[in-house]
Design a protein around this ligand. Sequence first.
Ligand code: 5GP
Length: 106
Amino acid sequence: MNQEKSIFSKIIDREIPATIEYEDEKCIVIHDINPKARVHLLVIPKKEIATLFDLTPDDKDLMAHMMLLLPQLANAQGLDGFKTQINTGVSGGQEVFHIHIHLLGN
Ligand code: 5GP
């Protein structure tokens, strides 16, 4: 079956543009197209995982990697504090079904 790529996979594959703040072999960090704070970053794994419900123990290092990036990103943006959010499922307000961590700071 041919499954449609998520919008974030299209950004990772440079099929659609985004403002990229950081990238490594495991993840990409972009600026949210509709920022809810002065700094609004999205930390996105390159592996397409739909929601937190779909994580497996194999994803432990990947998730830890993304968590450890958050303070580094905040420091680089000059933030002395920030909020994080992971929307999960339709009833959790998730719109893009490719896991991402919102990092928000003013
Ligand atoms: P969530 O799925 O957690 O509700 O939120 C998805 C987030 O992705 C939203 O804050 C939305 O503004 C952002 N977003 C959706 N499409 C794009 C896009 O094409 N580019 C960028 N940079 N952000 C996007």
